[in-house]
Structure formats: structure tokens, C-alpha cells
Write a protein that binds this ligand. Sequence first.
Ligand code: SAM
Ligand code: SF4
Length: 461
Amino acid sequence: MATSLPLPTTSLPTPEEPTTPYKQYAYAYPHQKAYRLGTDRPLLSEVWAGERLDALSLYLHIPFCEMRCGFCNLFTRTGAPHEITSAYLDTLARQARATREALEANGNPHFTLAAFGGGTPTYLTADELTRLCDICEHTMGADLKAVPWSVETSPATATADRIAVLAERGATRLSIGVQSFLDEEARAAARPQKRAEVEAALGRLKDAAFPILNIDLIYGITGQNERTFQMSLDAALAWEPEEIYLYPLYVRPLTGLMARHNTNNTQWDQQRLQLYHFGRQHLLAAGCRQTSMRVFSRIGSPAADHANDHNISEYNQQAGMVGLGAGARSFTTNLHYTTDYAVAIPEVRRIIDHYIATPTEEFQHAQWSYPMNEDERRRMFVLGTLLETSGLPIERYRQQFGSLPQEDFPTEFALITERGWVQHDQTALRLTREGMAWADAIGPLFFSPQVHHAMTTYQHR
Ligand SMILES: C[S@@+](CC[C@H](N)C(=O)[O-])C[C@H]1O[C@@H](n2cnc3c(N)ncnc32)[C@H](O)[C@@H]1O
Ligand code: SF4
């Protein structure tokens, strides 16, 4: 199963000393910008050969939203008419059949986790969501009544009829993007929404009593300060969500905010760093625990504790992942693959139209991909564990790779040790309080030169 590519004993080139804490959110390494359209597009039945199929996770990407928020660089289009969403689901069903066949060629696939992400999956109507659940269950064979599964939603689309479908089908986690409870901050982030709409959506989600409710907030918005951030934090806490995600604002190419934002602003870094420490402290004092730079969960909430055991967060799934839909990623031991994706509006539309027009035979093949070797798997392991508060388990790493992480990445660990960002104990390498604040700068230190190169030569579109 594992390739026999040469193992690096040192990592070159020497990592650059980070000057900003906000370089890159390093989830699901390697980043999709490192993927390339393959000339030999291997059959999925071969890509999945030899993989463990007994604990797969299923990810369905729904690239639709009501509006395009100014900060958002996710792969999504706004205002898609019913003909498009309906044709998209037809295609998703075809892709699901082709994928299921490829998995079955290698054994008996069994899903233990699922997620609908986007975009905004609840842009789909209640009937369309029913269809999506049917594809998961009837075509992919995922038992939605038995596994934890998560759905992303937004205030405007978390309507009673959609929530009823998700509750009835057994969703265990609903994650809603609020960003800020202050209308003027939402406006400054180019996310037009009203607090009344947000509170009403939260009320409906709370009534449905999903085991886990997550609220996303953003810090670093123009005009935001400790006082206004606290207002959002307290407004979120008042709903007693099992989880709160605190995202530092990033302003990325081709987004609405890019044109009017100075992204090289050290004051902005200071604002984000200050608000991070403030927000973290506020949530800890309110009875939350931190599991990574962005993720906080309520202590004593059994569902949230259980979710962490199962890595339910859609940003934490690193292997055995089957992605369906335009832009959804799949991870096997030797290959990470996806269909095309983009940020710019015309490109997004073209790619979704192309996805809908894709002949079913093409879904039997991996399209855009990044090959994983032993070196990349070590990096993926480091990134998937070091940036969590539980830390990098040294013995598990040694058992898997036959070496110690500090031996494989001496310069990287020397650098972060020198900066006081990591502590070693008998069992784990753990980020310090300050290290966690710099997690988005630490992550990229562990990207391979090949991934760095592929990401920097990626054509933004
Ligand atoms: C798929 S969206 C959430 C669901 C839904 N579409 C919504 O916006 O309500 C995932 C989350 O990522 C965060 N996010 C997206 N782009 C971001 C950016 N540029 N900077 C900071 N956070 C960002 C937001 O908090 C957002 O809620
Ligand atoms: S933040 Fe959510 S609603 Fe806004 S554009 Fe991104 S995915 Fe869509």
C-alpha cells in the first residue's frame, strides 16, 4: 500500500522565519492549490486498492450560496436557479454510483462519518436536501441514522422546513456561520445580514435540538475591538452552543474585500492577535476548552466530547475520505484528488456547468490530484496533530514512521522551539499558548518544498 519513495532525513530549504501569525490555515494538507490536473488519470478502483474501507468518511460539497460574502474564497456560486441545483444533484448521484462501484471493487465500504459542506448546503430546498440524504444512504450506503454527520448552514437558509429534514434524517451537528452579531461588523466584512435574522435562525436550530450546535465567528474585521468582539462572544454563548469556532479574518485574492483591504498591515496582525487572546480567554473563562487555534467546545457537553473522539470536524479528516460534488476532495494513502475548483465567479460557473456535463465514465477516474509519498504523509501527520491542543503523539509517530518527528524535521522543530512555541514532554510535542496563537504560521513551516512550489505557482482563478 505504501510507496517506497526515498525518505528525507532533513527538510530543505530552511524554513523562513515567520513574520506574521496569519500565513495559511493549514487544514487537510496538502492544500487544494497544490493539486494538478493529471495526464494519467488513474481509475478510482485502482486508487482505492488496498485501502481500509471499514471506517470511511463521506464529504458532499454543495457549491451554492444566497450571497457572496466579501471575505469568502470558498468554491461557491450565488443565486443558482432550480434547474442548476437539480442538475447538480443528478450529477452527484451519477458520481456517487461510479464512486461506490470503484470502492466495491475493493471490498465492502463502510462509512462512519459524513459531512455536507459548501458553500451553503442549506441553499438546497427541503426536497433537495431529502434527495441529498437519499444519495448518501441509498447510493453510497452511509447509514445516516447511525453515524455522526455534520451540515453547514447560514442564517438566511436555516429555515424550519430544511431543519426539519436534517433533524428527521438524523444530523448530529449543525454549524452556522454568524461571523458577527453586530450588523455593522457584518456589513464591514461584506456579509450583509441582520442580527434579528441570525437570532431567529439560532432559535430554530436550538428548537431542533441537534446534539451539536456550532457557531462560527470571525475576528479582525475593520472596526472590531475587544468590546464589540465580546458582544458577539456573549451573544453566541447565550445560545449554549456545544462548539464555537473563532476564525481570524483572511483576505484572499479574488474576494470582494481584497480590493479595499491592506493585507500587509501590521496593525491588522496586532488586532487579530489581540482579539485571538481575548476571545480565547473569554471562552475559557466561560467554561469552554480549546482543541485547536479555532475550535472551542463546551466542557461537560458529551456530544462535543464524543465528536472530538471521532474527528467530526470537516477540517480534520485526513484519510479514508470520499468526496463527492464539484471541488470535493478525496484522500487515500497514496493520492489526494478532487475535481476542478475556483473562486472567481465566471470560473466557478464554468466549472459547475462542466461538472454537470461530465460523462459518468469520467467519474471513474481521479482528475486533479496530488501524489502522497512517505515524506508527505509524515508532514500530514505532523500538521494533523501538532496544531491541536492534544499535540503530536511521539510514540504513535514513531510506530508509524520508524523515526522521531524531531529527527525528520530538525530545522522546523529547532525554529519553533527557539521561539518558545512548542513544549516537549514524554508523550507529545505540544504548542505553547503563544505557539497556538501562531499556529497558522507554524503549519506552513511543515509544507514540503514541492507543495510550497505548487501552491506558489497556482494560478488564482
Ligand atoms: C462554509 S462557511 C460557513 C457556512 C455558511 N456558508 C455561512 O457562511 O454561514 C465556513 C466558515 O469559514 C469561515 N471563513 C470563510 N472564509 C473566511 C475568511 N476569509 N476569513 C475568516 N474566516 C472565514 C467563516 O466563519 C464561515 O462561517
Ligand atoms: S461565507 Fe458562507 S454564505 Fe458567505 S459566500 Fe462563503 S460559503 Fe457562502
